[in-house]
Design a protein around this ligand. Structure first.
Ligand code: NAP
Length: 294
């Protein structure tokens, strides 16, 4: 799937970036990687007792098993304290059989996600959230990146577009999505603008979105981005996951946006499946890192 970002005019339909198909190709790459390893990587998953977390942990376990990655799992009650959660992580840090750790959100009230990120051994931090890994990303030297940000970049890569000199606009500046994506776009020499709640309050979101050759939206606000704002031919990556009237929708008005965009991700079936696979890829990368540096 290759194309020029600026080659499309309004009125034709966008190419839909099929996250499930891309995740399938990634799975093949990961399986090949695992087959070449000396032993089996192990992913440890820490979840908290919410229905969504249970479903997600099961999905991660099944995905890992399908690829040949072992899992260790622990489900904490929502009454768990900071000390309880850190104790589990420290045990996993010290366990040489565990190569990667994934800690679900939301965490129990009173547990500080930033302190939890810092408690994880940076070599086992497959979400790229430990301060050391965030600092490495800042200097374009990341060994393990944020799963969602890597998924966004993989989807953009699938379009075949060259990013250098293009206008990239990221809506949302969270630590796990907006900021890491912006850094990766900068690394590709895209002229990168980061929009957030301040941009919206100032009434300037539309003006920024209208000039985006590459638009990444991670705000968690259903239909925040109007289809009419999309620059003809743009690459639109919708990270948002919102449940509206029992239906999962993104942050972009998909139906209207796809008549203008060159490429667009659907929700569901776009960024989500690729992100899940990046968790597995990062587990393998963490395994390799631990073989090299002990
Ligand atoms: P988050 O931590 O809540 O961050 C949302 C960001 O959007 C914040 O930076 C916020 O700015 C900004 N924002 C909120 N309202 C806005 C508005 N009206 N205009 C402009 N910016 C606005 O969420 P997140 O973890 O980054 O996730 C974002 C969305 O992606 C959520 O829907 C989440 O479920 C989804 N997600 C999907 C995947 C996937 O694999 N598909 C992975 C991770 C997250 P302020 O901080 O200034 O308020």
């Amino acid at each position: 799937m290759r194309g020029d970002v600026s080659a499309k005019s309004a009125g034709t339909r966008a190419v839909i970036l099929d996250g499930k198909a891309i995740a399938g190709r990634l799975a093949q790459e990961i399986s090949r990687d695992i087959a070449a390893l000396r032993s089996t990587p192990m992913l440890a998953i820490l979840s908290f007792a919410t229905p969504a977390s249970e479903v997600y942990r099961k999905a991660q376990r099944e995905q890992a098993q399908a690829l040949g990655i072992q899992t260790r799992e622990h489900a904490c009650p929502m009454s768990a304290t900071q000390a309880d959660v850190e104790r589990i992580i420290q045990g996993w840090n010290a366990d040489a059989a565990i190569h990667g750790m994934f800690v679900h959100q939301p965490m129990p009230p009173g547990v500080d996600p930033q302190r939890i990120s810092a408690a994880i051994d940076p070599r086992k931090d497959i979400e790229g959230i430990h301060p050391q890994n965030s600092a490495r990303r800042f200097f374009a030297k990341a060994r393990i990146g944020s799963c969602t940000a890597l998924a966004v970049m993989r989807l953009i890569e699938e379009t075949g577009a060259a990013l250098e000199g293009k206008d990239a606009v990221v809506v949302g500046h969270s630590e796990i999505v907006g900021r890491p994506v912006s850094m990766l776009l900068l690394d590709k020499l895209a002229t990168t603008t980061v929009c957030h709640v301040g941009t919206d309050k100032a009434g300037r979101l539309e003006e920024h979105v209208r000039r985006a050759d590459i638009l990444v939206v991670a705000a968690g606000r259903p239909q925040l981005i109007k289809g009419a704002w999309i620059k003809p031919g743009a690459i639109v990556i919708d990270v948002g996951i919102n449940v509206v009237g029992g239906r999962v929708v993104g942050d972009v008005e998909f139906e209207a946006a796809k008549t203008r965009a060159g490429f667009i991700t659907p929700v569901p079936g776009g960024v989500g499946p690729v992100t899940v696979m990046m968790v597995m890829k990062n587990t393998v990368e963490a395994f390799k890192l631990q073989q090299v540096v002990g």
